[in-house]
Design a protein around this ligand. Sequence first.
Ligand SMILES: Nc1ncnc2c1ncn2[C@@H]1O[C@H](COP(=O)(O)OP(=O)(O)OP(=O)(O)O)[C@@H](O)[C@H]1O
Ligand SMILES: [Mg+2]
Length: 245
Amino acid sequence: MLRLENISKAFGSLVVSNSVTLDVTAGQRHTIIGPNGAGKTTLINQIGGQLSPDSGKIFLHGQEITRLSAPLRARAGLARTFQKNTLFQALSVFENVRLGAQAAHGRTYDLFRSWRSDTGVLAQAEQAIEQMNLGRIAAQPVGKLSYGDLRQVEVAVALATSPTVLLLDEPTSGLSPSETAQMIDVLRALPREISILMIEHDMEVVFSIADHITVLYYGEVIASGAPRNVADDPRVQEVYLGAPQ
Ligand SMILES: Nc1ncnc2c1ncn2[C@@H]1O[C@H](COP(=O)(O)OP(=O)(O)OP(=O)(O)O)[C@@H](O)[C@H]1O
Ligand SMILES: [Mg+2]
């Protein structure tokens, strides 16, 4: 579904991606972990098209997208959430999600366009609301939501674009334990037609969602595989626990 081939990126002398190669297969729940500053977000930014790699190639469904603009990548089936809040505070949850669906149809953010009859957009928005279990707050203005609900709305906006590959940057950061549990539940319930590549710090979240883990360390992949194998990897244990076990 998604392939990175020898992706490298440096900011001046700081190497943030060091020949990163990884594959996200169909239906996979692939989690990227690694210490702060390991280069996880900059990697997602290169996949999303917000940053250009210095070298290497990115493929989506076998098509090279390395130099494609972010909107065209989105059109091709790639959706992402951002760490910072990108929602319209005064608009309702449903309207925010509907704008996401509308953007995917190439009608970017035209609030005043008559959309009530646009069944494709509406159906996509409704499905995303349902997938994230947000029906109970669909009519509420985003500015009034709890942080946990906000984070779920962000994912719903991404889902409204009908992605085949969903990129999530720390979907549970800042959430309470009960909000985290709720996020895990909705993410686990997403259909396997959507492949997920997710950055996550919380190991409980990682092990309850991931079927594949890639460990980044100073921009380099030091391990990649099934959760159990990665957890048992001596190099990974050294990075996380500071000493070989
Ligand atoms: N635009 C930039 N210019 C210069 N350095 C940057 C830029 N963006 C990120 N960096 C640096 O690149 C390194 C990797 O940053 P990145 O945000 O990818 O890390 P991360 O793994 O996502 O960390 P965290 O777990 O804290 O979110 C960090 O040292 C960061 O300071
Ligand atoms: Mg980050």
